[in-house]
Design a protein around this ligand. Structure first.
Ligand code: FMN
Length: 201
């Protein structure tokens, strides 16, 4: 802990304020780490339960709470789900993926349900980082063909819409492709009112 604090203090001295140095010690959201290739180690049920609890903890518009969560760990189901999106390469190796769906029967404001699903996905991504796991979100909605194919893969009723899925697992040391911690961009920060910025600053 002391070493982490010392590294943070050192980076604050070395990195200009505009670069906004952050580390996982600043919060779970900065511990998120993207991977699309995973080790085959299955995740314990307790880990999946904790990640599901994180998804449930996310806010929803008008507190509509219409999301349904489907964990996929079965290889045959995973293969069919992977075929639903051309950008789901992570499902070739991921030991688990959480498919976040909107149950339209319980949804009061349909235009906002994708925001609900996105908030739940981010909570899972942050919790995965907190647990030392790696992850990647993969959208299904609003592309009709991906929704239909993933509904078929999961055996979902027509009014349960798969919105986004989050693959989670452990990774080989060299497989991490990115992390949220270093995306800070002062050129996209505005104070009170819009001011045109020179993007080459
Ligand atoms: C709404 C959304 C949809 C995404 N869909 C996919 C996807 O289908 N496949 C994929 O591999 N990554 C997907 N991603 C992950 C992004 O590609 C990734 O976040 C981006 O490349 C930046 O990397 P980083 O998250 O490590 O900073 C998605 C991310 C978001 C927020």
């Amino acid at each position: 802990m002391k070493i982490t604090a010392a590294l943070c203090a050192l980076s604050a001295l070395l990195i200009p304020a505009s670069a906004m140095a952050v580390t996982p010690a600043d919060g779970d959201v900065f511990a998120r780490s993207t991977a699309r290739t995973y080790l085959s180690d299955p995740l314990p049920k307790a880990t999946l339960d904790t990640l599901t609890a994180a998804a449930f903890s996310a806010p929803t518009a008008v507190n509509q709470r219409s999301l349904e969560f489907v964990w996929v760990t079965d290889k045959a189901v995973m293969k069919n789900l992977k075929a639903a999106s051309p950008f789901a390469s992570a499902l070739s190796t991921a030991p688990a993926v959480l498919v976040i769906c909107a149950n339209l029967k319980d949804t009061r404001i349909e235009d906002l349900v994708q925001f609900d699903a996105g908030a739940a996905a981010e909570a899972v991504l942050a919790e995965a980082g907190h647990l030392g796991l790696h992850s990647v979100p993969m959208s299904l909605a609003p592309v009709k063909s991906r929704i239909t194919a993933s509904q078929k893969a999961l055996g979902l009723p027509a009014d349960v819409i798969p919105e986004i899925m989050v693959a989670v697992g452990k990774v080989p040391a060299d497989a991490v492709s990115g992390a949220s911690a270093f995306r800070h961009n002062p050129a996209r920060i505005h104070s009170n009112t819009w001011k045109k910025k020179n993007r080459n600053d």
